[in-house]
Design a protein. Structure first.
Length: 122
């Protein structure tokens, strides 16, 4: 059973690395997008689309981190560790929930704005 804990610890590190990489890629993408918007002087909708894409990256990273937290609690032997990781998982879950809700709200506004600008079908 000890080998399972050793493998799980390595997997947790890999999942955290994936979460970190996800955040880095999303951040680089956003910085490039902001530079483009600023350089080309695009409208407010382009900037919102950039932030919407960034929030998707962050939701993905939070999901990876939550998965690592769940694995960490499965191999933990102390209640203190389980409580600490559980509190972190709850915080990340709430962040993920509200971020995901904001993303859906922005999508709905974009769909609504898109349907208002299209001409009516005959």
């Amino acid at each position: 059973m000890e080998w399972l804990s050793a493998v799980t610890e390595k997997v947790i590190v890999v999942i955290y690395a994936i979460a970190l990489l996800t955040i880095v890629i999303g951040t680089v993408e956003v910085v490039i997008g902001i530079v483009r918007v600023t350089w080309r002087r695009l409208d407010h909708h382009a900037m919102r689309a950039i932030w919407l894409q960034y929030s998707r990256w962050l939701v993905a990273a939070l999901t990876f981190q939550l998965a690592a937290d769940i694995l960490e609690t499965s191999i933990s032997t102390s209640w203190e560790t389980v409580g600490r990781v559980g509190a972190i998982a709850v915080i990340r879950t709430f962040l993920n929930f509200f971020l995901d809700r904001d993303v859906e709200e922005i999508r709905a506004r974009q769909r609504e704005a898109g349907s208002q600008t299209r001409p009516a079908s005959p």
